[in-house]
Design a protein around this ligand. Structure first.
Ligand SMILES: [Ca+2]
Ligand SMILES: [Ca+2]
Length: 170
């Protein structure tokens, strides 16, 4: 009796060669590395954006704090540039030049309250009189009717944002 099994040719499905497996493994590794690197880059950019947003907020707090204050002291006028001798730092500051040279770390809000949630940030305030005809030109203290207020915001001692504005002595 003829055995029909002898005429059957068995074909196995084509298997991957070792080279193909190695190349596939390398390609998958490259893709995973690219995904991880792009994720890290996004996280870094996102953190920088958050820090800038915080810096803008901290500048705005000083701007709003200073907005209602007169340019020179309401009692002593232009006799002192800086805090008057009877003024306790910050609490009694009642004119713009009182804030010249002030550094707030932690930063403060519009109510002069320290913002403990931002311990790595600080605000530095500079108040300078500038020429009436050229706001870029600094003149002597109380040497004009215009002052330029500058706020610099630092993150771990590195300046990350600043803003200046002009106020007139009315
Ligand atoms: Ca004052
Ligand atoms: Ca003053």
């Amino acid at each position: 009796m003829k055995n029909p099994a002898k005429n059957i040719t068995v074909r196995y499905p084509a298997a991957f060669t070792l080279i193909e497996i190695i190349i596939a493994t390398i390609l998958i590794g490259i893709v995973i590395t690219a995904i991880v690197m792009s994720s890290r880059t996004f996280t870094t950019i996102n953190a920088a954006g958050m820090n800038l947003t915080t810096a803008e907020f901290l500048i705005e707090e000083i701007r709003e704090l200073a907005a209602p204050l007169p340019v020179v002291d309401p009692d002593s006028g232009t006799s002192t540039f800086g805090p008057e001798s009877d003024e306790t730092p910050l609490a009694d500051y009642d004119d713009l030049d009182d804030f010249d040279g002030a550094v707030f770390s932690p930063p403060i809000d519009i109510n002069r309250t320290g913002l403990a949630n931002f311990p790595s940030f600080s605000q530095q305030v500079t108040v300078e009189n500038v020429s009436a005809s050229d706001f870029m030109a600094v003149v002597g203290d109380h040497g004009s009717d215009f002052v330029r207020v500058t706020v610099r915001v630092f993150l771990n001692n590195e300046e990350i944002s600043s803003a200046s504005w002009i106020r007139a002595q009315l």
